[in-house]
Design a protein around this ligand. Structure first.
Ligand code: AP5
Ligand code: MG
Length: 219
């Protein structure tokens, strides 16, 4: 079977993590989120985690060299041999170029671009609650847990990410516009981009993503 790489592009709060879990379960691909990898490093107190922390907490991007080493080490693991889904990577042009160089010829690549307006993003991020144990994503209004403060999937403790405070969210959105949004045009020119309206109910967004991932444009 050939190698397949799906890239979820979209601003902070677009629903990349929410949809990545479902897509990966459906397609049998490992979920590779650079944000989750950095948070795992931070939780383990590694040197990389400490170096990434100041960038993440101020809403800036972690420097490309730190991201690339960590990402390429992750996708060299045996579970990625048939492909993987990238969530939150690439986020800069140098990251996209480095990825392109690394992928073996013949790799099928599709970029799914989740579009959501800024007002909805702010509401989603300030209301997000993430499971400390399994990473499952809730929202106080849109997908509240059955038991307050506890993850529906594993019962773990729900917490508010340190970068989900309103001022940091504004910085993250500005950084997205400046450094990541240019990737839309870069991938569109290569004929790899599918735009998906991410402002609908999660089930509807999922159906469109699944269709686009299969190579057919969503209706
Ligand atoms: P990262 O963890 O990747 O954060 P992000 O890209 O800012 O995106 P989020 O995780 O905040 O949002 P999401 O799109 O996953 O939305 P979610 O599904 O959770 O990166 C964090 C930091 O790490 C960066 O700022 C940077 O410092 C660093 N970093 C990471 N990768 C890097 C890289 N490649 N280069 C450099 N630095 C890097 O959903 C959000 C909320 O909305 C949830 O509460 C959810 O329940 C709700 N929701 C989801 N879908 C819907 C829907 N359809 N309707 C209503 N509510 C919904
Ligand atoms: Mg995420």
């Amino acid at each position: 079977m050939s190698r397949r790489v799906l890239i979820l592009l979209g601003p902070p709060g677009a629903g990349k993590g929410t949809q990545a879990s479902r897509l990966c379960a459906e397609l049998g691909l490992p979920h590779v989120s650079t944000g989750d990898l950095f948070r795992a490093h931070r939780a383990q107190g590694t040197d990389l985690g400490r170096r990434a922390q100041e960038f993440m907490d101020s809403g800036r991007l972690v420097p490309d060299d730190l991201v690339l080493d960590m990402l390429f080490e992750r996708v060299a693991q045996p579970d990625c041999v048939r492909g993987f889904l990238l969530d939150g990577f690439p986020r800069t042009l140098p990251q996209a170029e480095a990825l392109e160089k690394r992928l073996p010829t013949g790799t099928a690549v599709r970029v799914l671009d989740l579009r959501v307006a800024d007002a909805a993003l702010l509401e989603r991020l300030t209301g997000r609650r993430t499971c400390r144990q399994c990473g499952n994503i809730h929202h106080v209004q849109n997908s509240p847990p059955k038991i307050a403060g506890r993850c529906d999937r594993c019962g773990g403790e729900l917490y508010t990410r340190s970068d989900d405070e309103a001022a940091t969210v504004a910085k993250r959105l500005a950084v997205y516009r400046e450094q990541t949004q240019p990737l839309q045009g870069w991938y569109a020119r290569k004929g790899l981009l599918s735009e998906v309206d991410g402002e609908r109910a999660p089930d509807e967004v999922f159906r469109s993503l699944r269709t686009a991932a299969a190579g057919m444009e969503a209706a």
